[in-house]
Design a protein around this ligand. Structure first.
Ligand SMILES: Cc1cc2nc3c(=O)[nH]c(=O)nc-3n(C[C@H](O)[C@H](O)[C@H](O)COP(=O)(O)OP(=O)(O)OC[C@H]3O[C@@H](n4cnc5c(N)ncnc54)[C@H](O)[C@@H]3O)c2cc1C
Length: 515
């Protein structure tokens, strides 16, 4: 069997990779070991940037709607039990996190906002979209081994129903095979990071608390040294992450959960118990020849900060258009090297930050220094806005708050190094600024498929290159944007230089941003 791209793993990252490739006109082959999508809720939300990417696929509204039961679950509580903490809280209408944070300035920087949606709900939405686009996923099919050479990757897969083995020849392979990544192991890819922090049991259970929490919804309840209660649908599904000693497993988990909830009469049904370790482990190289590591296969992080699934989805969005450009002969294979250069530092940065939020029990800790910094930045930004100092307000929010909401607060550059973006106003290497062009159309809505040159006036900027010209800017400048929405070049000079920028970038991308 032959394919241009083989995706290993049909989790949220593998499924997203398939959709981003389909958007580029490439139909990949996706093999997934399990019989279907995740039955466990796992990651509970998508950040602003991921929602921008799902917007490109016309899926952001479907995802928001699918996850709406969890939408009011915001805020981190601390206490000895749920009942004791909620006793003092009067039911009322929940304010949106933007209102609580006072970060409405940031909300103007994107047509989308972060949303809640657990993986057991979002993955079927993605799978359905794949099927609607005419592609099938090979479930219950496992990658057994692979080799690679000059021409491509040869993979041996086995159908777990029939035990039938098959050889697949692929030009490229995306490993989205999760935290234990057999592909990463076979490649013997070296990693960095502090490793496993603690041992937790992820207990997924049913308990009807709908009436009890209505109007007092919460995201997380920290029970110090013991664990963390997470809302799954604000109604009857919950997860408790219990800190435990693997040599001394707890016997009566139900009794522990009753204590955590603080309502002794409550009925509890355990759905599943999974041991896991909050871990910080990041590969040093995301590209190994024709194999690209992505998602948890490339960077395992703790769930704190909510970047695990998001970083992975944003990895494969960065990769999909590059693979398509090389496969279609638009760019040299050197372009693919920019995947590791751009994404590895982002994964490392997010993973390290996620580890800093964990205490020695592997439970999220509220760091007052961090919270103080954020509140201070928000207040300063509001003062700046009220004085008409919009640039200063923008910079203050970008520095401290943008990353939390998931705006891409980093800047790609020609070296492999994390660089914070201090602004989202059109600098090279940053995400194209969002502006409403019409009531419902954002500048970002022109992106996703091809290179776009944003200009004020299209007559001056005609080109034979495969670049879409989009005359929507109010100023007399031109901004050349990659299909993934990052700015390659900007200028108010003549069209020669944007054509030169495009050609140089697609052939020798290391020249990027030094133009
Ligand atoms: C129990 C649990 C709870 C979590 N909770 C949170 C949370 O609250 N918040 C958060 O941000 N993150 C959470 N995470 C992490 C989050 O789920 C991951 O970051 C996210 O799923 C990464 O997606 P992925 O597609 O890279 O990997 P995965 O979702 O792990 O998908 C990898 C897929 O590859 C498949 N696979 C593996 N080997 C092969 C093979 N040889 N052949 C074919 N298929 C293969 C697997 O079956 C799996 O479906 C949790 C993870 C777990 C396990």
């Amino acid at each position: 069997m032959k394919t241009q791209v083989l995706i290993v793993g049909g989790g949220v990252v593998g499924l997203s990779a398939a959709l981003f490739l389909l958007e580029q006109g490439i139909t990949p082959l996706l093999v997934e070991r399990h019989a279907g999508t995740s039955v466990h809720p796992r990651a509970r939300g998508f950040d602003t940037r991921t929602m921008e990417l799902y917007r490109e696929l016309q899926l952001s509204e479907t995802i928001r709607e699918a996850g709406k039961a969890l939408a009011p679950a915001w805020g981190i509580l601390t206490g000895s039990s749920l009942a004791s903490v909620l006793k003092g809280v009067k039911p009322g209408k929940k304010k949106s996190p933007e209102k609580v944070l006072g970060s409405e300035g940031l909300a103007r920087l994107s047509p989308e906002s972060a949303t809640r949606c657990t993986q057991d709900i979002s993955e079927p939405v993605l799978l359905n979209a794949i099927k609607e686009r005419g592609m099938q996923v090979a479930f219950h099919t496992e990658l057994i081994s692979f080799t690679q050479g000059e021409e491509g990757v040869t993979a041996l897969v086995r159908n777990r129903d029939t035990n039938e083995e098959q050889t697949i020849h692929a030009s490229y392979m995306i490993a989205a095979d999760g935290a234990k990544s057999p592909v990463r192991e076979q490649l013997q890819a070296t990693t960095s990071g502090r490793g496993a922090i603690a041992d937790l049991l992820n207990i997924y259970f049913e308990a009807d608390l709908a009436e009890f929490v209505r109007g007092r919804e919460f995201s997380l309840l920290i029970i110090k040294t013991k664990g963390l209660l997470a809302s799954i649908n604000n109604s009857n599904r919950w997860v408790f992450h219990l800190h435990y000693d693997p040599a001394n497993k707890p016997e009566d988990v139900t009794a522990i959960l009753k204590e955590v909830i603080g309502l002794p009469e409550i009925n509890i049904r355990i759905i599943s118990i999974l041991p896991w370790q909050p871990t910080v482990k990041v590969v040093n190289e995301m590209q190994h020849g024709r194999v690209f590591l992505s998602g948890d296969a490339a960077h395992v992080m703790t769930p704190y900060g909510g970047k695990g699934a998001n970083t992975g989805i944003q990895d494969v969005h960065n990769l999909a258009w590059k693979l398509a450009a090389v496969i279609n002969g638009l760019a040299s294979s050197a372009l693919l090297q920019t995947y590791d250069r751009e994404r590895q530092p982002v994964g490392l940065h997010n993973a390290i930050a996620s580890g800093e939020w964990a205490d020695k029990y592997g439970i999220i800790q509220r760091k007052f220094s961090n919270i103080f910094d954020i509140v201070q930045a928000v207040i300063r930004a509001r003062i700046a806005y009220s004085l008409g100092l919009h640039r200063l307000g923008h910079r203050l929010e970008m520095k401290r708050v943008a990353g939390l909401t998931g705006l891409p607060d980093y800047k790609y550059q020609s070296v492999k190094q994390y660089r914070k973006a201090t602004t989202l106003t059109g600098e090279t290497g940053t995400r194209m600024p969002h502006m409403w062009v019409t009531e419902k159309t954002s500048t970002l809505d022109f992106l996703g498929k091809e290179f776009v040159l944003f200009t004020q006036n299209d007559h001056a900027w005609k080109t034979d290159l495969p670049i879409k010209i989009c005359s929507v800017l109010k100023e007399d400048i031109a901004i050349l944007v990659r299909p993934d929405g990052f700015i390659l070049w900007r200028s108010d000079v003549h069209k020669d230089s944007f054509e030169k920028a495009f050609k140089q970038y697609t052939q020798t991308p290391s020249a990027l941003y030094s133009l």
